[in-house]
Write a protein that binds this ligand. Structure first.
Ligand SMILES: *Cc1c(COP(=O)(O)O)cnc(C)c1O
Length: 361
């Protein structure tokens, strides 16, 4: 039987997520698995969010609020932007998809770093647009090279800041330089999924560029700092006109009712945010020390993961770590680098013991 699909699908692969714990248990017959592959919050979900979900369960016969009124109002108030500048998505992933649907025509170009978050490229292709991939320089986004690749067909630029999988930032000075030069018709998308983790003084807040009237969209998420990856809720801030267009391509009930309640509660959970930051900073120091002591090169991070050089074929290291019950992530286009999520103290110790064993073989 012939199935007639759009030709652009030939260049698309199915997204391969970090291996789920249950799958590894089944495949390897291991019981005690540590997943440090997807930058999830190692402390679990925000306790306030859990309580809010439990309280909302009895209402799930009703459709969710399609306009996500209360969540958007809470975000707008917290961020100091207009209500109409805020849109929520089924994860910030969905906002990348909405931007692609709303902006991209066949032949348009989308400038992005590589490696980076692996959704920008396929969603550009899905629209028949052309991803223009600009290699990192010293594991950092190469702003000058990105600017040099902007041309008359460029519609969007993605700045993943901090960049996943390297954890490095583009500085305020670099982003200022870029935005001063850029054709204002080109939308700059700041993917700030790890915004809340950053401690570097030169880190630019994408919202400042929005407030100054630049053509930008800022994406953030409840998946990481707030521990809600499984519920799928993220948000975007951009001009009300752009948000209006995104609303035209948005599914009417794109963020489910439990996710909306959880996100509202998590936003107020300052205790959980503080504890998550503290855990991440302590884990970071522990892992830096452990890498340093073993002569394992790593890229200093502003996020909740560390990109490190195992010095051997990353595919082999990945499989060996898996057999030790520790799920990490490779496949980023660097032959010997992998990414590990910063976990709890116990998880980090488990990772270090495993990597030490694997590298000694
Ligand atoms: C984890 C992550 C996201 C979050 O995606 P959600 O759909 O909100 O879960 C977005 N961007 C980057 C760069 C990420 O690493």
């Amino acid at each position: 039987m012939e199935i007639k699909v759009r030709s652009c699908l030939d260049s698309l692969a199915v997204y391969q997520p970090g291996k789920p714990i249950e799958e590894v248990k089944r495949e390897l017959g291991l019981e005690d698995i540590v997943k440090l592959a997807s930058n999830e919050n190692p402390l679990g979900p925000s306790p306030r969010a859990m309580a809010a979900v439990a309280a909302a369960v009895s209402q799930m016969n009703f459709y969710p609020d399609g306009s996500a009124y209360r969540l958007r109002a809470a975000l707008a108030a917290r961020l100091g932007v207009e209500f109409d500048a805020v849109i929520v998505g089924n994860g910030s992933n969905e906002l990348v998809q909405m931007l692609s649907l709303a902006l991209l025509e066949p032949g348009d170009e989308v400038v992005m770093p590589v490696p980076t978050f692996p959704r920008y490229e396929p969603l550009a292709r899905l629209m028949g647009a052309v991803p223009v991939e600009v290699p990192l320089k010293d594991f950092r986004i190469d702003i000058e090279a990105m600017a040099a690749r902007v041309g008359p067909k460029t519609k969007m630029i993605y700045l993943c800041n901090p960049n996943n999988p390297t954890g490095t930032i583009a500085t305020r000075q670099e982003v200022d330089w870029l935005l001063e030069r850029l054709d204002p018709a080109v939308l700059v998308v700041f993917d700030e999924a790890y915004f809340e983790y950053v401690t570097h003084p030169d880190y630019p807040d994408g919202l400042d560029y929005y407030r100054r009237g630049y053509n930008v969209m800022v994406l953030r998420t409840f998946s990481k700092m707030y521990g809600l990856a499984g519920l799928r809720v993220g948000y975007g801030v951009g001009s009300p006109r752009l948000v209006g267009y995104l609303n035209r391509v948005r599914e009417p009930f794109n963020v489910n009712a439990l996710a909306q309640e959880a996100a509202l509660a998590a936003l107020e959970d300052e205790e959980f945010v503080t504890l998550t930051k503290k855990t991440n900073e302590e884990g970071k120091r522990f892992l830096y020390q452990a890498f340093g002591a073993r002569g394992i090169p790593y890229v200093p991070t502003e996020a909740n993961f560390i990109f490190f050089d195992a010095g051997r074929d990353e595919r082999v290291i990945f499989r060996r770590m898996l057999a030790e019950g520790v799920i990490i992530r490779g496949g980023f286009g660097y032959p010997t680098h992998l990414r590990v999520t910063i976990g709890t103290a116990a998880q980090n110790a488990r990772f270090v013991a495993a990597i030490e064993k694997v590298l000694a073989e």
